[in-house]
Design a protein around this ligand. Sequence first.
Ligand SMILES: Cc1cc2nc3c(=O)[nH]c(=O)nc-3n(C[C@H](O)[C@H](O)[C@H](O)COP(=O)(O)OP(=O)(O)OC[C@H]3O[C@@H](n4cnc5c(N)ncnc54)[C@H](O)[C@@H]3O)c2cc1C
Length: 401
Amino acid sequence: MNRIAIVGASAGGLSTAEALRRTGYQGTITLVGDEPEMPYDRPPLSKQLLAGQWTPSRLALRSEADIEALGLDLRLGVPATALDLARRVVTLADDTPVPYDTLIIATGVRARRLPGTDGVAGVHTLRSLPDALTLKDRLVPGRHLVIVGAGFVGAEVAATARGLGVRVTLLESGPVPLALAVGEEAGRFLTSLHQQHGVDIRTGATVTGIARTAAGAVSGIQLADGALVPADDVLVAIGSTPNTEWLSGSGLAGRDGVSCDEYCAVADGVYAVGDVARWYNPLFGAEMRVEHRTNAAEQALAVARNLVAPQARRPFAPVPYFWSDQYGTRIQAYGCLRDHDEAVVIEADPNGRTFLVAYRKDDRLVGVLATGKTPKTLRPWRARITARAPWTAALNHPTAA
Ligand SMILES: Cc1cc2nc3c(=O)[nH]c(=O)nc-3n(C[C@H](O)[C@H](O)[C@H](O)COP(=O)(O)OP(=O)(O)OC[C@H]3O[C@@H](n4cnc5c(N)ncnc54)[C@H](O)[C@@H]3O)c2cc1C
């Protein structure tokens, strides 16, 4: 195993390279990324960068000196376009072949687009640094931003834009924003947080088209009920699509990401990490694909360890964690909140700052979401999820309040 190729040079890819070096791997690591920038972090794109609190240089995942010290064969600004599994060769867009003994797929996801809006001035998505810089220039007081999709990216941009004095309308097709991701109870709590800060939230809103100015820029969003919501800018935040096109022909591009076993192995000598990886998590007995920053780093570490010490390899069985910052409130969650059978509000203080909801699947505690809590307060909850605690016992635990 003397040549490792990592495709995707962001959180997952770079963390894998670092972990390999930390665990003693001294062979060649080729790190391929289609973005020209040195690897940078995405969570601040919708928060500190958009708010103008941080400059782009602060988003760097590592300093150039730290990256230099890893001794990588770094190929930035050039996408991988094909994979020949039998010959173990990745081909880049400039036709360069990258032969490997082991391949790590870390190509993440991209923002889904609204059909018919490609190239329309004023219609944005948010996944990359250029996306964020373009949107940032448009967020000036008094302008009207319409956000299509009230998931976490949409909700965070709404919060940042309100902080900048921008009028915000948030369109959600379901009855409760974020309900799919975190359930109705937490969704309602977060909705009220946005309403308190002056966001106009429209639920049950199905977008049927966009209106344009004479010059062709967006001027509004057309809804199925006939309403036209005027807009100076539109952010489309309707989820993501895994970047697997370059794998077509290899048989590895799955329906929703790249399918892996519990060791994150995709095929002989091929592994996947980060947002693109759909793997079997034995702790929950389920396949999952997790689009969270911490997961990308943890999965990278797990894969690197298993590669360097295959005789001691261990399944990747984490309790997924994510955080989101909105209006100065930190929302944190552990576990699997989707597809739960029941969500119980354990704590909801009347001033709306702290909130805690626990999630049940079958007879087990599978997740917890909280606002206004320190990591220390949530640690016992995480421990109970890891221990597969029975639901009733978990809720009656002395630290459960
Ligand atoms: C605006 C925003 C805010 C976020 N906020 C939070 C948050 O608060 N908390 C949280 O937990 N998570 C957050 N996330 C999610 C977090 O950023 C991701 O989970 C993390 O970036 C995943 O890392 P990754 O390396 O797997 O994928 P990515 O970061 O998507 O990196 C994949 C890289 O591969 C590149 N690539 C794609 N195709 C190819 C190809 N064919 N060849 C070469 N390179 C390719 C991509 O361009 C990209 O550089 C946020 C994401 C966004 C966009």
